[in-house]
Ligand binder design. Structure first.
Ligand code: ADP
Length: 485
């Protein structure tokens, strides 16, 4: 069971803030956009109302102006009787003035015989080069549910402005229409905003829940439970993240398993020589021995210590081989390294009564660190001598084809049983433990070879027959370079 501490849970805080910030950003953005749309809609609808109102009022004014312009004399009574005959002029207020702004007719009756110096009337009668017959004026305002509109047109008699028709209208019906339209648009805006807020909350919640799943899994893995898997569901980036996370965990699990197996194998292997040393030392201490026997025991201790030393060295070189990169590799020919190793192992070969044969094509350059190549050739040739039979031979061949360069180490030794071939590259694996120990084997040589070969983009193959010998072939990508020069 994995316990997640409260402290750890607090690491969520930053994320919740981020989540809140993101959803608030969406909400604010959509709110601003909706507000702008709202203002724009209200403005457009108001302008449409104004336009239709302007058209209808100017038309009415012109109708009255035209009718009044037909009068011979523009007296108050003549204007009154003309205007009152016109059914379409039943509006809030209508004023007719003469050229000097004197009111000839006022539908409300309050301004009769006064001077109506209203700005709309003055503008309507204003004459200049561009407007020799005055102007049609329309002004409209919307406030408190009322559309307050004013219109004025000049009365033109044979090209001369002789008066003005001015009318006002307080349209509560259209005002109410504008008000209700504005309220409706506002309601829709708030409704949409509410929907946006709800969706944003729902989405960010779902997102956060999915993300939390991954974060919780991460903490479980952190606590060491590498078997844990996260199940994301869905089909989005978070699903991919979950899958990647599971892959990573699997790799971690494998490497953790390898590591602990390595540690247990290594300690097991180191335990044997240590136990022997202790046993030998105890024997010397406990029993009365003559000097010759003591010397014999001490020699055994020394050789066990030597074995320990060799094993730790190999372990170190394996760890190094696993951790190193091949960044500093160079293109080098393989032949000189093989010759150097053969010289090094000559004494071992003589001792084991094994003859060494070299068949080396000179043009076999590969991209590798010299030390790496040395290690590969040394381990393979050393095994070829170690696991050979007296009178046997070890042949090393170098050759290449278009794509690859080959290093072939072939012996006439005891061979490797079929069922052991698959395990031969495993750390600490030995076919014949007793014989391998006797020859100073640690079971690490081939593991080191394989690690180095793979690190250098190579491949190692093995062909073996019990009783007749073993052939190891290392294949590297070949390089066509001027290394020969
Ligand atoms: P060791 O240090 O024991 O030689 P290696 O990893 O080099 O470890 O080899 C693993 C085992 O494979 C050896 O213990 C030996 O049993 C077997 N082996 C390796 N090379 C040969 C060979 N050329 N002929 C026969 N057996 C071999």
């Amino acid at each position: 069971m994995v316990i997640i501490s409260e402290n750890k849970k607090n690491t969520h805080r930053g994320y919740i803030k981020t989540q809140f910030r993101y959803s608030m950003t969406y909400v604010v953005i959509t709110f601003v956009v909706l507000l702008i749309l709202n203002i724009y809609c209200s403005d457009v609808s108001q302008r449409l109302f104004y336009q239709s109102k302007s058209a209808s009022m100017i038309e009415k004014c012109l109708l009255a102006s035209d009718e009044i312009a037909t009068l011979d004399v523009m007296t108050s009574s003549a204007v009154t009787s003309t205007v009152e005959q016109m059914e379409s002029l039943k509006i809030t207020r209508l004023i007719v003035t003469d050229q000097s702004c004197r009111v000839l007719y006022d539908s409300s009756g309050t301004a009769a015989d006064t001077y109506a110096l209203l700005p709309e009337i003055l503008t309507a009668m204003e004459v200049n080069e561009d407007t020799p017959t005055g102007n049609d004026v329309f002004i409209s305002r919307y406030y408190d549910g009322v559309l307050d509109s004013r219109a004025a047109t000049p009365i033109v008699y044979y090209g001369t402005v002789v008066g003005c028709v001015y009318m006002t209208e307080y349209d509560t019906a259209q005002g109410a229409l504008i008000a209700s339209l504005q309220v409706t648009v506002l309601r829709i805006t708030f409704l949409l905003e509410l929907v946006v807020i709800l969706f944003s909350l729902a989405f960010s919640n779902a997102f956060s829940r999915r993300l939390n799943k991954i974060m919780t899994s991460m903490r479980i893995i952190q606590q060491g439970d590498y078997t844990h898997k996260v199940t994301m569901g869905g089909n989005d980036e978070l699903t991919i993240l979950g899958n990647e996370f599971n892959d990573l965990t699997e790799r971690l699990q494998t490497s953790e398993q390898k590591r602990s197996r390595f540690v247990s194998d290594a300690s097991h292997e180191l335990k044997t020589p240590l136990a022997s040393i202790k046993l030998l030392a105890d024997s010397i201490l406990q029993y009365d021995m003559d000097l010759a026997t003591v010397r014999e025991f001490v020699e055994d201790i020394s050789s066990e210590a030597e074995r320990l030393n060799r094993m730790t060295e190999k372990l170190l070189s394996l760890t190094r081989a696993e951790g190193m990169s091949s960044d500093e590799s160079e293109i080098i020919p393989m032949a000189p390294t093989v010759q150097r190793v053969a010289r090094m192992l000559r004494q071992n070969a003589i001792k084991a009564q094994v003859s060494i044969r070299l068949e080396l094509e000179q043009d076999c350059p590969v991209l590798i660190l010299e030390d790496d190549l040395y290690q590969i050739v040394f381990n393979l040739m050393e095994n070829g001598i170690k696991y050979n039979v007296p009178g046997g031979s070890l042949t090393v061949r170098l050759y290449r084809d278009e794509e690859n360069a080959y290093l072939e180490v072939s012996d006439t030794g005891m061979g490797i049983p079929e069922d052991a071939v698959d395990h031969i590259f495993e750390r600490f694996y030995r076919v014949d433990k007793a014989r391998s120990r006797a020859t100073g084997g640690s079971g690490l040589g081939l593991a080191i070879v394989r690690t180095i070969v793979q690190r250098n983009r190579g491949e190692i193959r093995i062909a073996s027959k019990v009783g007749s010998g073993t052939t190891f072939t290392v294949v590297f990508p070949a390089f066509d370079t001027e290394v020969d020069s």
